[in-house]
Design a protein around this ligand. Structure first.
Ligand code: UD1
Length: 374
């Protein structure tokens, strides 16, 4: 019996890739199968990542697609249940905090299967974030909880999870980053491929990389308008490269904000692949984002990050790394941008973010499974 890995959305792909590789390259290789729920399905949101990360084609695609939280979660659960029975794995591995993570963890736990959660214990303590609900519930039903930072371990202890289930192993997202660092696509090439003259970002002032997709930032047209106006002001000083997530693209169109984006120094791009994004991030003077993963990736790269959220579930990126939490208030954003442009950002790479997290996960998982089998 093997391990059944689950992915659903873009940030899952770079987390599962090193875990699958480590399991397959184990001294006694483990049988690994991959289920994609279909939560993200576009070429740009899925296929480019599978190719660039060397992920195998999913063995099973549940083909769920986009819908409301309840419908999406329910459909994943319905379609995953028979797959789980058929595959009969010794353990289901879920990663991150998206709807696919919770849906499959819940099905597996109710079917009496072992569940391992990679990236457990992160807490923003903000239950208005759908991801926070997914994290808390997934951790409650998981048998093995793999953490990226010490605070996550403390959070789990505080929620009454037994010590024996918790393992501080480091960050699989950084495993993927370190493995692909040399393969990153140079920013000028990415711009040229999308018909943009690279001269825009080749001035002495460099460029800022911006990403936005959190419902709290993009679903309310007033909030989104204010953010885009702020970015437009910033782009007078430093050009801004903005690969636009499909959710955000839809909101920009619906709110009639396309024109505001028309500034020459805001380079609007479609969603990019992993290697293009990595290249843009590594060379940026500053990253402005509401993504979770990019807070960690910028810390690993030593690039300053300004997080356009009121909180973070990844506090080590602020305490040790290059991250600042500023929310969506224009004055706070402008002050932080000024500060970072003048001073840069100092940071240390957290312990265990060394490219070997997946191997640690494999070792714990294999010995735990052997222990149960014995
Ligand atoms: C999801 C995750 C979020 C993660 C993000 C990364 C949840 C609750 N949210 O948010 O944690 O940070 O992925 O991208 O799981 N769409 C496409 N093509 C696709 C997928 C989606 O066009 O391949 C569009 C659809 O209009 C869809 C919208 O994006 O309605 C939102 O997709 P959804 O998967 O519901 O959530 P994300 O906002 O992507």
């Amino acid at each position: 019996r093997g391990v059944l890995c689950v992915v659903g959305a873009r940030p899952n792909f770079m987390k599962i890739a090193p875990v699958m590789r480590a399991l397959r390259e184990a001294p006694e290789p483990v049988r690994v199968r991959l289920v994609h729920t279909g939560q993200h399905y576009d070429e740009a949101m899925k296929d480019a990542f599978f190719r660039q990360l060397g992920l195998p084609e999913p063995d099973v695609d549940l083909g769920v697609g986009s819908a409301s939280h309840a419908v999406q979660t329910a459909q994943i659960m319905e379609r995953f249940e028979p797959v789980l029975e058929r595959e009969d794995p010794a353990c289901v591995v879920v990663v991150g905090d998206v709807n696919s993570t919770l849906a499959c963890a819940l099905v597996a736990a109710k079917a009496g299967r072992a569940v391992a959660h990679v990236e457990a214990g992160l807490r923003s303590f903000d239950r208005t974030m759908p991801e926070e609900v997914n994290r808390v519930l997934t951790d409650q039903v998981a048998d093995l909880l793999f953490c990226t930072e010490p605070r996550a371990v403390e959070n789990l202890r505080g929620e009454g999870i037994e010590e024996g289930r918790i393992h501080l192993v480091g960050n699989v997202m950084i495993d993927t980053l370190l493995r692909h660092r040399e393969l990153a696509v140079p920013p000028a090439r990415t711009l040229a491929r999308h018909g943009v003259d690279p001269a825009v970002i080749e001035g002495a002032e460099g460029y800022i990389l911006l990403t936005l997709h959190r419902p709290a930032n993009v679903d309310d047209p007033a909030v989104l308008r204010r953010l885009i106006k702020t970015v437009r002001g910033i782009s007078d000083a430093v050009p801004v490269v903005f690969p636009v997530h499909p959710r955000t693209a839809a909101r920009i169109e619906a709110a009639g904000l396309g024109d505001l984006m028309g500034a020459r120094r805001i380079v609007r791009l479609p969603p990019l692949g992993y290697l293009e994004t990595l290249g843009l991030m590594a060379e940026a003077r500053l990253v402005m984002t509401d993504s979770g993963g990019m807070q960690e990736e910028t810390t690993a790269l030593g690039v300053p990050c300004i997080t356009l959220r009121e909180n973070t579930e990844r506090p080590i990126t602020v305490e040790q790394g290059t991250n600042r939490i500023v929310g969506s208030d224009p004055n706070r954003i402008l002050a932080a941008v000024d500060h970072v442009l003048a001073n840069g950002a100092q940071g240390r790479v957290p312990q265990l973010w060394d490219g070997r997290a997946a191997e640690r996960i494999r070792d714990v998982l294999v010995s735990w499974l052997n222990g149960r089998a014995g």
